[in-house]
Structures are given as structure tokens and as C-alpha cells.
Design a protein. Structure first.
Length: 556
């Protein structure tokens, strides 16, 4: 039959390239409210939880046991569980109820009860609750710094630009694992050139990631995954106890660390047990609290396509972020992997974290072009930056970045590339040419860079490990070659290991090397006129986007 011209036009819209599926509870393809989810319940005897969410203690799996023994306050639980779930949802939204009271109450809630509370809320109510419940008063942002070729010069330049733009944390990963030491080195030097105090990580397998951190080449980690079903855990030769031990290993070496989880991971791995995505994710949140780790990267993360395909899935992503704040954890709230061809959908997904504010609105805004993002692309990338800055300005919302000029960015990128060039020369690594420095200074992505001798780089990166090169060697090389300010910033990051202050929940480090965390920057939102408000110099900075016309430019 003849086609409607309107429906032909609608069919060509980018959103119709996305994948959508009907709910399929039996395999876990349901965001919230699965018929397989348990009903909330708890029984405490002699100070021990002997029944939880319809399951007797003798039937607990390893996750149930860990949550019951370490994540729920048995003294609080009977009273907290007796409160109607809708009433708890209202308490979350009520600006007259302090955050501390909600956190204390949430310590007594089981996974099924938390899910029931969250399911009573719409997304606007969840955002209202998030504004009150995030741990740190001041929102911040994290970015991805990667490239297809693991080009170290470009990494340093991009890291400098990202830091200068305002990102408080920067994360890299590798295409070739043996490049990891060089990636970590580039990120360290670049970030501290852009703005002293930026935290950096290199996402790798856990032993190498910890080793790089212990050498002072990175300062935090977050790719330590926890899961909501026992089978997924044991398939990876892990348990909640082993993850807790790893968390203590990082903390004991002065490294900030948070766990990672997200709705949909168990579905992707085929072990969802017929439960909803949110129920399994809330189990992950309580594992993080029970392990004593300071925070959680959650928001579906690399599994975002799964909840994004089912009804209410993006709502469930916001719900898991809120669950993490109820557990008094720092939350790096996702937005770090693309999930839609639709600019409208990906913006709507991001606004639910940007508008109320989270500790890290993105756990990876791509500060590089999409084609260079080795984390499979981000919800927003560097080519969206002007739009993102305009959103901050339009809505008077803290997005964690600031407007910059082209001249400023060129200068900071060039300085970082030259600093890395000097360190490579001083430490005897394969030389970085002036042509590479110049290319990285003006590059958009790795396609703009001359090739390096990859085999030589890989040998040198492994030599870095074999020789025991540390952050202190980097400080000496920078200072010796005229980069005194960058050397002082790198040394400042090393000093943080000694004080340990940035191990506090939701810690970032400002340009003056002051730790800002949930301890000294506690979220005090209690309705209009309270909490974090864009004002003063920061609001003036956000208003000054370069393309805005100014009165003095008119001859009146």
C-alpha cells in the first residue's frame, strides 16, 4: 500500500536506529518491578538477620550473607522496614527532613525495600531527592582521555585541556595493554599541567592498576566491578569479600577507590535470575556499603544499552544513582557510554544527573572525539562541549566545566606536550619530536598525529616498570628541565598519599591542593535558598561563553 510521507519522515529519524525491546522478565529484561523480585521483609534475632526479603538465612547466597552481615544495621532494620515504602519515598523528597536522617533510616532497609521505595517515585521526585541526598555539596565532573593509537603526546595534550576545562578527574584506558605505563604517565603530566590537583586513573586489570597507583603514576581507581548475582561473581573468581580486601589494598597505599556496578550487567552476562535490573543493582550498592568503600560508579555504565531498550529503563538508571546516595556513597553517575543515536534521548538521560547535581555528573565525559574514545564512546564528547556549556548557562546549573578560549587551550596543550617531551628525554624513553609536539598542540584527534614507532614505545613502557620509575622520578625530570610548576603539582599529588585526606567520601582536590569532600563540603540542601548555588565568580565564569556578544562591542 502507499506509504504516508509523514511516517516515512518519522522512520528516518535517528531514534529509530536505537534498539527497543518489550519487557521479558524471565531473562531479566525488565527495569523495575519484576514479578520475580522478592517482597520486602526482615527478621532479626539476637542481633543477627535470620531472614531477609522472604529468604531464610540458611538459604542465603553469598551476596545475601554479605549484605545481611555487613551492609544492614540490624538494630535499625525492624523499625525502618516497618515504615510504609511510599512514606519513605516522601521523606526522600521532603526538604524538611535532613539528609542525615534519611541516611540513618536507609541503613536498615533491605534490597527489596529500597527497590519498592524507588518504584514509588517518578523521575522528577528522584531528582528532587538526589539534590538533597548526594554526599558532596559541590557537584563535579570526570572525563575520558584516550585515543585509538595510545599516542602518548596526544594523551598529554588532551589531559591538559581537560584539566584546564575544569574536569576534577580524568580516566584513561589502553588499546594495547603494554602501553599502560605510558598512558598513565601522559595523563599525570598532562593533567597537572592543565590544573594542579586533578585526580587521574588508568583503567586496567586490577593488579597492574594497583601497581601504577603505588608508583605514584595514578591517584584513583574505579573499575573494580561488583555484581548482583552470585553466578556472575564466581565466574570472575571473585566474591564480595575479595572485593572488600582489594578496596583495603588501595586505601592502605593512599589511593582513592570506588567500586563499579550498573543495571543490566547481569542480563548481559546471562545470570539475571528473573529479577529486575534495579533489584540486582541495589544488591551491588549494598555490597559497596558493606565493603566500606567510599563510593560507587553506577548508572548502568557499559551496560546502558540494556536498560535503555526497555520501558522505564532510564528511570531505573536514575534510581540506582539515588540508591547509592541513600547508602551514603559518592556516586559517579554514568553518562559515560553512548546508548542512543538520538541527541534528544542522550540529552534527556544526562539532564537527570546534571540538573540535581551528583558527585560526578559523568563518570567519563569524552574529552576527545568519539572515534578516539576507547571506552566505546561516551554519552557526550568534546564535539558537544559548546552545547554543554550553553546548557550550564541557560539553566544556571553546575556542570563541572568552564568556558575557555582557543588561545588558552593551544597554550596549555603545547606546554603539556613539551613537558612530556622533556620527561621522555630525561628518562631515556623513545624521543618525542618537535613535529609531534606541534601536532598534539593543534590536534583534534589521533588522525591528526604523525605515527610513532609502536614497538619502541612498548619496549620502553615495560622498561619503565622494570626500572621501577616512580612519580618522584617524574618530579625530578620536570624540575630539571624547566617545568617547575608542573613538578610542584605532581609532587603535590604524591603528598596526598601521605596525608590520606582524599580517601574521604567524595573527595576531589581543588587548584590550591585543598581536599574538598563530604566531610568538609557536606551537602546541606534543605530547599530553596540552601545547598550549593551557582553564584559569585563561578556564575560569572559560566556566563562568559566566548560567543556571547558583549555591550562594549557595540558602537552606540
Amino acid at each position: 500500500m502507499a506509504r504516508s510521507k509523514r511516517f516515512e519522515a518519522l522512520a528516518a529519524r535517528p531514534v529509530n536506529k536505537d534498539g527497543f525491546v518489550a519487557e521479558w522478565p524471565e531473562v531479566g529484561m525488565i527495569a523495575m518491578g519484576s514479578p520475580g523480585d522478592p517482597k520486602p521483609s526482615i527478621t532479626v534475632k539476637g542481633g543477627q538477620i535470620v531472614e531477609m526479603d522472604g529468604k531464610r538465612r540458611e538459604d542465603f547466597d553469598l551476596i545475601d550473607q554479605f549484605i545481611a552481615d555487613y551492609a544492614i544495621d540490624a538494630a535499625v532494620a525492624p523499625k525502618a522496614m516497618a515504615i510504609d515504602s511510599t512514606e519513605i519515598a516522601r521523606i526522600l523528597v521532603d526538604v524538611n527532613v535532613p539528609r542525615e536522617e534519611v541516611v540513618a533510616l536507609a541503613r536498615g532497609l533491605t534490597p527489596a525495600k529500597i527497590v519498592e521505595v524507588l518504584d514509588a517515585m517518578n523521575v522528577v521526585e528522584m531528582m528532587m531527592a538526589m539534590q538533597k541526598m548526594r554526599t558532596r555539596r559541590t557537584p563535579a565532573n570526570q572525563c575520558h582521555i584516550t585515543n585509538l593509537r595510545d599516542n602518548p603526546v596526544l594523551l598529554a595534550a588532551d589531559a591538559a585541556e581537560g584539566a584546564y576545562r575544569g574536569f576534577a578527574e580524568e580516566e584513561t584506558t589502553v588499546g594495547v595493554v603494554r602501553y599502560a605505563p605510558f598512558n598513565a604517565l601522559s595523563l599525570l603530566i598532562g593533567s597537572q599541567t592543565g590544573r594542579g590537583g586533578v585526580l587521574t586513573q588508568c583503567a586496567l586489570e586490577e593488579s597492574l592498576e594497583l601497581q601504577l597507583g603505588m608508583r605514584g603514576l595514578t591517584s584513583y581507581a574505579e573499575t573494580i566491578s561488583v555484581y548482583g548475582t552470585e553466578q556472575v561473581f564466581v565466574d570472575g573468581d571473585d566474591t564480595p569479600w575479595s572485593k572488600g580486601f582489594l578496596a583495603s589494598a588501595y586505601a592502605s597505599r593512599g589511593l582513592k577507590m570506588r567500586f563499579t556496578s550498573g543495571t543490566g550487567s547481569e542480563v548481559q552476562m546471562g545470570y539475571a535470575e528473573g529479577k529486575s535490573m534495579l533489584y540486582l543493582e541495589v544488591r551491588c550498592v549494598l555490597i559497596a556499603r558493606g565493603a566500606g568503600v567510599q563510593g560507587l560508579q553506577n548508572g548502568s555504565i557499559s551496560c546502558i544499552g540494556v536498560p535503555g531498550a526497555v520501558p522505564s529503563g532510564i528511570r531505573a538508571v536514575l534510581a540506582e544513582n539515588l540508591a547509592a546516595t541513600m547508602a551514603d556513597l559518592e556516586v559517579a553517575s554514568g553518562n559515560d557510554q553512548t546508548f542512543s543515536h538520538s541527541d534528544i534521548r542522550r540529552t534527556a538521560r544526562m539532564l537527570m544527573q546534571m540538573l540535581p547535581g551528583t558527585d560526578f555528573i559523568f563518570s567519563g565525559y569524552s574529552a576527545v572525539p568519539n572515534y578516539d574514545n576507547m571506552f566505546a564512546g561516551s554519552n557526550f564528547d568534546i564535539e558537544d562541549m559548546e552545547d554543554y556549556l550553553a546548557l550550564q548557562r541557560d539553566l544556571k546549573v553546575e556542570g563541572g566545566v568552564r568556558p575557555v578560549s582557543e588561545a588558552e587551550v593551544i597554550a596549555v596543550r603545547g606546554k603539556a606536550a613539551k613537558a612530556l617531551q622533556a620527561v621522555y628525554k630525561e628518562l631515556g624513553f623513545p624521543p618525542i619530536t618537535d613535529a609531534e609536539v606541534d601536532a598534539a598542540t593543534y590536534a583534534h584527534g589521533s588522525n591528526d598525529m604523525p605515527p610513532r614507532k609502536v614497538v619502541d614505545d612498548l619496549k620502553a613502557a615495560q622498561d619503565l616498570l622494570a626500572r621501577g620509575v616512580t612519580g618522584l622520578d617524574v618530579v625530578k625530570a620536570l624540575a630539571k628541565n624547566g617545568f617547575q610548576d608542573v613538578a610542584e603539582s605532581v609532587l603535590g599529588m604524591l603528598k596526598q598519599r601521605v596525608s590520606g585526606d582524599y580517601l574521604h567520601t567524595s573527595a576531589i582536590i581543588d587548584a590550591g591542593f585543598n581536599v574538598v569532600s563530604a566531610v568538609n563540603d557536606t551537602n546541606d540542601y534543605r530547599g530553596p535558598g540552601t545547598g550549593y548555588r551557582l553564584s559569585g565568580a563561578r556564575w560569572e565564569e559560566i556566563k562568559r561563553i566566548p560567543q556571547a556578544l558583549k555591550p562594549e562591542e557595540f558602537d552606540v
